[in-house]
Write a protein that binds this ligand. Structure first.
Ligand code: ADP
Ligand code: ASP
Ligand code: MG
Length: 464
């Protein structure tokens, strides 16, 4: 049994949806479950519409609704099986109507709750499953659209919900196994789930990869295939480094690290369900289906290069807590991180200088104000006694990370990394080595990050 997930670009318009249907048809030799994202850009547009509704920006809201409606109706006309266009259009229009109603409710309330936002954001996948299932049916295969709200039971953390795996497994098997046994191809919404009470939730941006892994785990799939718009996982983001090349194999640990440090090609939470069941994940290109691809497994066989990929994360701030009085005082770090954690702010990287005179850590830039406020409050006694001199933020920074299991065992990698950045004249603001030893990450100014990635890539992969 194979789970195949298709991302937003892969289903960006009617023609692309038809191409995806062909890929499914060609490869559907055994049992196949399809997971699909919203059409490219649709989730962003839905979120913008919900915000426009809350902000009483009626004109923008109407423009967004009519654009989304037009785009989905046009795709429906292009993919519907013969004689079924009106039926499909009816379903699309009903969902657009639901979207309109949700937005007017938000507009009347003048407030957008996380729950309301999830109800709107989920519509992209609820629309795209209908289109893709219709397109597969038009090739003569028995595909049926299914909303993951019936399968994936989550907690109520709207926007970043986590699955309750036991319940999810039970529901998924009960609903999908009979369909698969009959030879049907279920086409399931990525990205979404529902609480036990039935409120729609979302799993986090880019979360359709996670959906595929959750369902793969529940069904004990043989493999999970993530179809995207590049030839698998590459030595760097090909948008930043055009000469980046495909990695044939990667370990789960490396893939987790790569996605955590900005490799958008796979959502960070995807790995865990796969590791637990030892399910291989393949990353393939919808636009080059027979081209190179990546296999993610527990232990790659291939002779591994030291460094596998160079990644980056933009839009960050570096917060520093500094003071000569911090030297040897126990509990400063504990106080610092609990103040930040209390705000629900996640810390991407930490480093402490050996003199113990400062601790710095990296967070998302939009959380800077909240973090500074919480820290100044927590350290107000130390600030008065001058044990802590200064708490400040450097905005507009980015992390560059080199990921690979070679980092663990081979000396000199850090030297090579800094050498490359030095030669390129890029200033390194801070450094950390993850405790997993699968990566070295460092902080640079955001304006320099793409150049930094290219310089490090050139150093480790001189032939491109
Ligand atoms: P999808 O919509 O299919 O989920 P995403 O946009 O989420 O696709 O992820 C694919 C994108 O990830 C690629 O277009 C590429 O720009 C980016 N990317 C970042 N790092 C890497 C990497 N190391 N290898 C391949 N792609 C990467
Ligand atoms: N459509 C969702 C998003 O844009 C989920 C996904 O594409 O994986 O975040
Ligand atoms: Mg994605």
């Amino acid at each position: 049994m194979i789970v195949m997930k298709f991302g937003g670009t892969s289903v960006g318009d009617g023609e692309r949806i038809r191409r995806v249907a062909e890929i499914v048809a060609e490869r559907a030799t055994g049992e196949v479950l399809v997971v699909v994202s919203a059409m490219e850009g649709v989730t962003d547009a839905l979120i913008r519409a919900a915000r426009a509704a809350a902000g009483q920006q009626g004109d923008l809201l109407h423009r967004l609704i009519s654009q989304l409606s037009l785009r989905h109706e046009q795709a429906a006309r292009e993919v519907a099986p013969q004689g079924e266009t009106d039926l499909l259009l009816g379903k699309i229009r009903a969902l657009i109507q639901e979207f309109r109603h949700l937005c007017s409710a938000i507009q009347i309330l003048g407030e957008l709750t996380p729950r309301g936002l999830d109800a709107v954001a989920s519509l992209g996948e609820r629309l795209s499953v209908r289109l893709l299932a219709a397109s597969i049916r038009s090739l003569g295969l028995p595909a049926c659209p299914i909303e993951a709200t019936e399968l994936i039971v989550t907690d109520s953390s709207h926007g970043t919900a986590s699955p309750l795996m036991d319940l999810t497994r039970e529901r998924t098997r009960k609903t999908l196994l009979p369909l698969l046994e009959k030879g049907a191809i279920p086409v399931v919404t990525g990205f979404i789930g529902a609480t036990k009470e039935g409120a729609i939730t979302t799993l986090g941006r880019g979360g359709s990869d996670f959906t595929a892994a959750i369902l793969g785990s529940c069904l004990d799939a043989d493999e999970v295939w993530i179809w995207t718009d590049v030839d698998g996982v590459m030595t760097a983001d090909p948008r930043v480094v055009p000469e980046a090349h495909t990695l044939p194999e990667l370990s789960y640990a490396e893939a987790a690290e790569l996605s955590y440090f900005g490799g958008k090609v796979i959502h960070p939470k995807t790995i865990l369900p796969a590791v637990e069941k030892n399910i291989p994940i393949r990353i393939k290109n919808t636009f080059n289906p027979d081209g190179p691809s990546t296999l993610i497994v527990a232990r790659p066989r291939a002779e591994a290069p030291l460094i596998k990929t160079i990644t980056s994360i933009k839009g960050l701030s570096l917060i520093t807590v500094e003071g000569r009085g911090m030297l040897g005082v126990p509990g400063i770090a504990a106080k610092l991180f609990s103040a930040v954690a209390h705000q629900g702010i996640s810390v991407l990287m930490i480093s402490q200088s050996s003199s113990e005179q400062n601790i710095c850590f990296v967070i998302r830039e939009e959380e800077t104000k909240r973090a500074l406020h919480a820290l100044k409050e927590a350290f107000s006694p130390e600030l008065s006694s001058r044990n802590v001199d200064r708490i400040w933020a450097e905005r507009g920074v980015a992390i560059v990370a080199a990921v690979g299991q070679g980092i663990k065992t081979v000396p000199g990698i850090a030297g090579k990394l800094f050498g490359a950045l030095g030669k390129a004249g890029i200033n390194v603001i801070s450094i950390a080595q993850g405790s997993s030893e699968y990566n070295i990450s460092l902080v640079v100014r955001q304006e320099e990050v793409d150049r930094a990635v290219r310089a490090v890539h050139q150093e480790f992969f001189p032939g491109g």
